[in-house]
Design a protein around this ligand. Structure first.
Ligand SMILES: C=C(O[C@@H]1C=C(C(=O)O)C=C[C@H]1O)C(=O)O
Length: 403
């Protein structure tokens, strides 16, 4: 059955417009999930207590579909935004996201939304100063810091509201990423988070868990020889391998007490998105007790040193002092968990928060001894490029602003 036919079966014509539009889309290599409407919302609260709230939710709301979808913010003290939808559509395999009713039609031409302004927050220079402050903190052994991830933001204002469907279609052209749209709690109006993340926080099905952390990055090149050299350079870089190993070790430390087996069968390898090379390690484990829920493990893992730093508390405090904004749902997690304890969560990076005619794009980079301000400016500029491409924003003018 094709996508439109499948949707026609589950979306009766009499339904309200809001219910016809998916409020959550997650397109992965092997499956696309679409959630419509809201039956119940997960009770608010910090990440500590998240899995207990999820368990309580399913105990109280035994109706179908027995699934919660949505987003976890960066700050563990802030509340996740998860809903039990009215309906859920899961399409196995890889497929076109073009024909989703209420979003966009596959045959419609891509429309460029006229952009009024692109404002960096902070400026590339100010971000470079924050990176230098982080490098000084890492060099000062009394700080106890080993790694810190700093981000910057681009505020994009347009002449009319952005079309989530068109953005999603453009993002989906990079098959190496999982594309998502999720509703966020209202703040001066309706908000969504949209992105194309390459990073799997945790997948849990029965006994089996998989995590695929990324850390260590290099911009790709249009020139094939230069591109290959950039990848090989990253793979042999002691600084990047060190940065990467800190993340892998932290994740293994969290997961191993729960596992009878935990290993990295393929070791550390290069992962490519359309714009970046990454170092990645796919970790596969077998849980001692399959009743250990995905929500419980995801809450313990987040935020990993791939988006926060090491040690977690000190890095979190340093981010609060050095970044001029609250990350909110950037560098959190997006995904789902179900009443059987299974689930899948991705790290919410390469994303933008959209509210009407305004978008906030985010990009961050891990800083370890040996990092440089110029290197981190270039890396975050490359990390913006997938979203900028989706917004139709490329060229010298934007490049000048983002450094
Ligand atoms: C924080 C981001 O990316 C993270 C940081 C990386 C790095 O420092 O090399 C690589 C992948 C992600 O884990 C981001 O894209 O915003």
């Amino acid at each position: 059955m094709d996508m439109i036919a499948a949707l026609a079966n589950i979306v009766p014509a009499s339904e309200s417009a809001a219910e016809k539009q998916p409020s959550f889309i997650l397109k992965m290599a092997d499956e696309t999930m679409l959630a419509y409407g809201t039956k119940h919302q997960l009770a608010a609260g910090p990440l500590d207590g998240f899995s207990a709230r999820v368990d309580r939710h399913f105990a109280e709301h035994g109706d179908r579909p027995g699934i919660l979808v949505g987003a976890i913010p960066f700050d563990p003290a802030h509340s996740a935004h998860l809903v039990q939808p009215a309906r859920m559509l899961r399409v196995q395999g890889d497929h076109e996201v073009g024909g989703i009713p209420g979003l966009a039609t596959a045959s419609a031409p891509l429309m460029r939304v006229p952009v009024i302004s692109v404002t960096p927050e902070p400026t590339a220079d100010a971000f470079g100063e924050a990176v230098n402050a982080a490098i000084r903190a890492l060099d000062d052994t009394s700080s106890g810091l080993h790694k810190l991830v700093l981000s910057r933001c681009l505020k994009v204002r347009a002449g009319r509201s952005f079309s989530a469907g068109e953005l999603l279609r453009r993002l989906a052209s990079d098959a190496s990423a999982s594309v998502f749209i999720t509703a966020l709690p209202d703040k001066d109006g309706k908000r969504i988070l949209i992105g194309a993340t390459p990073e799997l926080l945790l997948d849990k099905r029965g006994h089996r868990i998989v995590s695929h952390p990324l850390a260590g990055s290099a911009p790709r090149s249009q020139d094939p020889a230069e591109d290959r050299a950039a990848g090989e350079h990253l793979l042999s870089s002691a600084k990047d391998q060190h940065e990467h190993s800190l993340v892998v070790q932290a994740i293994m430390d969290v997961l191993s007490p729960y596992c009878s087996e935990l290993s990295a069968p393929g070791g550390t390898t290069l992962r490519a998105t359309a714009s970046l090379w990454h170092l990645g390690t796919r970790l596969v484990g077998r849980l001692r007790d399959p009743a250990t829920s995905c929500a419980e493990l995801a809450a313990l893992l987040h935020p990993t040193p791939a988006v926060c730093g090491l040690p977690r508390q000190a890095a979190h405090a340093a981010i609060g002092a050095l970044e001029p904004y609250d990350r909110d749902f950037y560098a959190g997690a997006v995904g789902w968990c179900d009443s059987s304890g299974d689930g899948r969560w991705f790290v919410s990076i390469r994303c933008a928060e959209i509210r009407g005619e305004e978008a906030r794009l985010y990009a961050g980079a891990g800083i370890v001894p040996g990092s440089t301000a110029e290197g981190e400016i270039a890396e975050t500029a490359a990390k913006f490029s997938a979203m900028l491409h989706a917004f139709g924003l490329e060229g010298e003018d934007v490049e000048r602003r983002i450094g």
